[in-house]
Ligand binder design. Structure first.
Ligand SMILES: [Zn+2]
Length: 167
């Protein structure tokens, strides 16, 4: 798919939830491993848990990942790029439909970007947004971006069907 160079490159896989980002990441990891390339998987911690975890997809395929602090230098990948192929996967929007760093920044620095769509759970159109639901109701616009331990759920939705509580 890509010509190998000595300068390295960054690939970004992004899109909303349920768009197949993790499956695509795992496909690329397997491809590199089959070719005998060294691969390392990092995963941002959303709470206090660090150490070994796995990146998995819904069909049960898993990969060992090192869980890191999102503020750590591992996300400054452009500064560290030295002949490495770096693949980053993550959602690019908050539940409000706003840019969700570091993905937008990485998109601007990357050589290759693939943005995937899910299918809107309401109308069946291509979905690009993360609809957060609290007890089945749309989340409030003032809710924190990351809610650790909350009883929340998510749906993929299109622009028209994406809603936020503002009352
Ligand atoms: Zn829709």
């Amino acid at each position: 798919m890509h010509e190998i160079t000595n300068s390295g490159w960054i690939e970004v896989i992004t899109g909303c939830m349920f768009s197949g980002k993790t499956e695509e990441l795992l496909r690329r990891l397997r491809r590199a491993e089959i070719a005998g390339q060294d691969v390392a998987v990092f995963k941002p911690s959303l709470d206090d848990r660090y150490g070994e975890e796995t990146v998995g997809s819904h069909d049960g395929r898993q990969w060992e990942a090192t869980v890191v602090d999102p503020e750590e230098h591992v996300w400054d990948v452009a500064d560290e790029l030295n002949g490495e192929e770096i693949v980053v996967s993550g959602t690019d929007q908050t539940f409000r439909g706003e840019p969700f760093e570091p993905l937008p920044r990485l998109v601007s620095l990357a050589e290759y970007v693939d943005k995937y769509q899910a299918i809107c759970s309401q109308c069946g159109e291509p979905a690009t947004r993360n609809q957060r639901l609290i007890d089945g109701e749309p989340a409030h616009v003032d809710d924190p971006t990351i809610m650790v331990g909350a009883t929340e759920s998510y749906e993929a939705r299109c622009r028209n069907c994406h809603t936020l509580r503002t009352d």
